[in-house]
Design a protein around this ligand. Structure first.
Ligand code: ADP
Ligand code: 5GP
Length: 214
C-alpha cells in the first residue's frame, strides 16, 4: 500500500475533529498528525494527543527552523503541521489524517501533490451554529470570530476533491472511509502495477499459446 496524506477541512464546528477521531477508531490503516498550536488547551484536551501546545516564541522558533510542512494563523492563533509528524505516520505505513484549515490545506497540497483533500460541510447553517454553541468551548468573541471565518472558509470548498456532508455522524464517517478506500485503488497508487500486469500477461500468453492449434 502507498499511504497518503488525507486533509480534512471544515468551518469551525463542521465536525472534522470528530470524524477524524472516529476514523482512527475504525481503521488501523490511518494515523493522525498531531498539530502544534499557540491556542490554549480546552478542558479535556491532552498535550501530545490533541495538539502540541506551544508558546508564541516556541512556535516562532520551530517555524524559523523550518520544522513545519505548513502553518497558518487561524482565528487569531498559530497552527502548524510538523514535517516529523507526517513522516512518523507515513513511516508506519499508514495514511496520515490532518485536520487543518483552508490556508494550510493549500500549502500542503502544493508540497504533497498526492494528498487527498476532503471538505466537510455541515447540513445547514443552523445545525453548524447549534453544534458550535453546544460544544461550549468558545467565549462570545471567539464564537463570533469563528463564524466570520466560516464565511471565508466555505468559499474554499470548491478547491477540494471531495465534499462530505456531516449530517448523521456514522454516515459521514463511512463516506470519508469510502474516499480512503477509493483513493487506495487509484491506478497511480497501485504498487508495482506494471509488474503485476506483465506477470499476468506472460502467464496467460503461455496458456493461449498452448491451446492454439499447432
Ligand atoms: P470541528 O473540529 O470541525 O471544529 P467538531 O468535531 O469539534 O468540529 O464538532 C463540533 C461539535 O459538533 C462537537 O461537539 C461534536 O461532538 C458535534 N458533532 C460533530 N459531528 C456531529 C454530527 N454528525 N451530529 C451531531 N453532532 C456532531
Ligand atoms: P481548533 O482551535 O478548533 O482546534 O482549530 C481551529 C482551526 O485550526 C481548524 O480549522 C483546524 O482545522 C485548524 N488547524 C488545526 N491544526 C492545524 C494545523 O496544523 N495547520 C493549520 N493550517 N490549521 C490547523
Amino acid at each position: 500500500m502507498n499511504p497518503f496524506p488525507l486533509i480534512l477541512s471544515a468551518p469551525s464546528g463542521g465536525g472534522k475533529t470528530t470524524i477524524a477521531r472516529r476514523l482512527l477508531e475504525r481503521r488501523s490503516d490511518v494515523g493522525y498528525s498531531i498539530s502544534c498550536t499557540t491556542r490554549r488547551a480546552r478542558p479535556g484536551e491532552v498535550e501530545g494527543r490533541d495538539y502540541f501546545f506551544l508558546t508564541p516564541d516556541e512556535f516562532r522558533a520551530r517555524r524559523e527552523r523550518q520544522e513545519f510542512a505548513e502553518c497558518a494563523e487561524v482565528h487569531g492563533n498559530w497552527y502548524g503541521t510538523l514535517r516529523s509528524e507526517i513522516a512518523r505516520v507515513l513511516g508506519q505505513g499508514k495514511h496520515v489524517i490532518m485536520d487543518i484549515d483552508v490556508q494550510g490545506a493549500a500549502q500542503l497540497a502544493r508540497a504533497y501533490p498526492h494528498a487527498v483533500l476532503v471538505f466537510v460541510l455541515p447540513p445547514s447553517a443552523d445545525v453548524l451554529l447549534e453544534r458550535l454553541r453546544a460544544r461550549k468551548t468558545e467565549d462570545r468573541a471567539s464564537l463570533a470570530r469563528r463564524m466570520m471565518n466560516a464565511l471565508e472558509e466555505l468559499r474554499h470548498a470548491e478547491d477540494y476533491q471531495y465534499v462530505v456532508v456531516n449530517d448523521e455522524l456514522n454516515a459521514a464517517v463511512q463516506r470519508v472511509s469510502a474516499v480512503i478506500d477509493a483513493e487506495t485503488s487509484r491506478r497511480e497508487r497501485v504498487h508495482n502495477l506494471e509488474e503485476q500486469v506483465r506477470s499476468l500477461t506472460e502467464r496467460l500468453q503461455r496458456e493461449v499459446d498452448n491451446h492454439s492449434p499447432k
